[in-house]
Write a protein of this length. Structure first.
Length: 304
């Protein structure tokens, strides 16, 4: 088990992370969410051993993960970190990049392994292409495959699909996360995309104001987001009489105490997003039909 025990860290004076504790089991998939600058990347780098902790301890199966003060070479064999910036060898092919750290003493196994990983990231047809000719998204996929080559026990993924277009993203995400589960590889994913989280994560951690404010099942955090910030991660959300209400829980009805005036209607494909006002307060909801600006409607809160 990976144990993060009461860790605190500052680059300079101000702590970026304060007294953070959580555990990750083998094969478990944990998502870290939080605003930009909340310390997600820093937390992953600390788990990787890139910096020295100011307080606390990180252990993997009782081996302490230590920073550069204690290790000449940063990082450990059993843990891989795929950063937001990836450093690949530009003038060599995709397959050589993926196989870089695999032994040449087992050429058949090496070839098989590369083929398996090319398949996971869907780059098989481009195996011989030089990395410098690839798009940002393709490079990100090479970096993912290379990190998996030696079958780590823990994968740290920092916004792993940020450069990948939405045509490819959904399938790649399913392939990669399924692969990690099959191989029982723990993964910690820092992301700002709810689609990386719901449906994949076993647990969600929320970072806010340097602290870990939530650590729970996706279903629990989704249903009880606690703060507007957490709710806004999952979708449009309103505060009505002090209660957080997702936009999809508001339905137009003939008569109800909640009366709003439509300000603008946005086409979203299978529905319209309606921006309305109640006194000076903005209310967002969805509707099947276009609503004219200026129209008054009544809204009711329905069960999820
Ligand atoms: P996130 O990944 O959630 O966007 P980061 O971990 O990258 O957040 O950054 C957290 C905070 O630490 C930010 O305020 C950022 O400016 C600061 N920070 C990040 N890297 C460094 C660094 N190498 N030196 C000093 N400050 C840094
Ligand atoms: Mg980051």
């Amino acid at each position: 088990m990976l144990q993060i025990k009461n860790i605190t860290f500052a680059y300079k004076k101000t702590p970026i992370l304060k007294a953070i504790s959580f555990n990750v089991k083998p094969g478990e998939h944990v998502s870290i969410i939080g605003e930009s600058g909340s310390g997600k990347s820093t937390l992953l780098k600390l788990i990787y051993g890139e910096y020295d902790l100011d307080a606390g301890q990180i252990l993997w199966k009782d081996t302490p993960i230590l920073g550069p003060k204690f290790n000449l070479v940063v990082g450990y064999e059993f843990i891989k970190y795929v950063a937001q910036e990836f450093d690949l060898m530009p003038f060599t092919s995709i397959e050589e990049n993926i196989g870089k750290h695999l032994s040449n003493f087992f050429p058949k196994e090496k070839k098989q392994r590369i083929a398996e990983l090319l398949d996971v990231v869907e780059l098989t047809p481009f195996a011989k292409q030089k990395v410098k000719t690839l798009s940002g998204g393709q490079k990100q996929r090479v970096a993912l495959a290379r990190a998996l080559a030696k079958q780590p026990e823990i994968m740290l993924l920092d916004e792993p699909f940020s450069h990948i277009d939405s045509f490819k993203k959904r399938r790649l995400r399913r392939n990669l996360f399924r692969y990690l589960k099959q191989k029982n590889i723990s993964c910690i994913v820092a992301t700002h995309d709810k689609n990386d989280v719901l449906g994949f994560a076993d647990r969600i951690l929320v970072l806010q104001d340097s602290k870990l404010i939530l650590n729970d099942l996706p279903e629990v955090i989704y249903k009880h987001p606690k703060t507007p910030l957490v709710a806004s991660f999952f979708g449009e959300c309103n505060t009505i009489d002090g209660q957080l209400v997702y936009a999809h829980r508001l339905a137009v009805v003939k008569d109800a105490p909640l009366k709003v005036t439509v300000k603008q209607t946005y086409f979203e494909g299978y529905r319209y997003l309606i921006e309305a006002t109640k006194e000076d307060h903005t209310i967002i909801f969805y509707h099947q039909e276009y609503l004219n600006p200026g129209k008054d409607v009544c809204l009711k809160i329905v069960a999820s």
